[in-house]
Design a protein around this ligand. Structure first.
Ligand code: NI
Length: 166
């Protein structure tokens, strides 16, 4: 869990850029294809990553500017990029303006459990990372390039002229 707002903002800023950079590599022609009955389309998964930012923070008592929970799936990639950038930045603004370090120990009801606000911010980051990992797998399945997040991607090993791992 986070114990300081400054630490959250530093982490979120990095994760925001990583997510936006990945979304920019999406091939829109494959945006709505479901690769398997039990696997979401890229559009649905990326929409879920986006909508959860506002959904989770509003549940924890923060108002996210312009957030609409009713948005189920973005129809175009540009719609997705715009909404994600907006919501991710609004989340940073809302946390910065409304919560102080001492609030991170405050308890809120989340999904039938009691969480501290510090845990809310932690889960917010990890939820995005979790689904972003799924997204890179689906993108690779469709032969789209993917960027490395915490280590090089296959494409980046090739660019560095280093044999990729099998
Ligand atoms: Ni989820």
């Amino acid at each position: 869990m986070f114990r300081s707002i400054a630490d959250f903002l530093t982490v979120w800023e990095n994760e925001y850029h990583a997510t936006l950079n990945l979304f920019q590599l999406i091939d829109e022609k494959k945006f709505h294809i479901k690769p398997h009955d039990n696997i979401r389309s890229i559009s649905r998964l990326a929409s879920h990553i986006t909508e959860t930012i506002g959904e989770m923070l509003e549940r924890a008592g923060l108002k996210i500017d312009g957030f609409e929970e009713t948005q189920d799936v973005f129809l175009t990639k540009s719609e997705l990029l715009k909404a994600y950038a907006h919501d991710a930045k609004s989340a940073m603004d809302a946390v910065q303006k409304n919560w102080k370090d001492e609030n991170l120990n405050d308890e809120v009801m989340m999904y039938g459990e009691t969480w501290t606000k510090g845990k809310v911010l932690d889960v917010l980051v990890h939820h995005q990372t979790h689904h972003r990992g799924q997204l890179t797998t689906i993108m690779r399945f469709h032969n789209m390039p993917v960027i490395g997040m915490y280590g090089p991607s296959y494409d980046e090993w090739v660019q560095m002229s280093i044999p990729p791992m099998n």
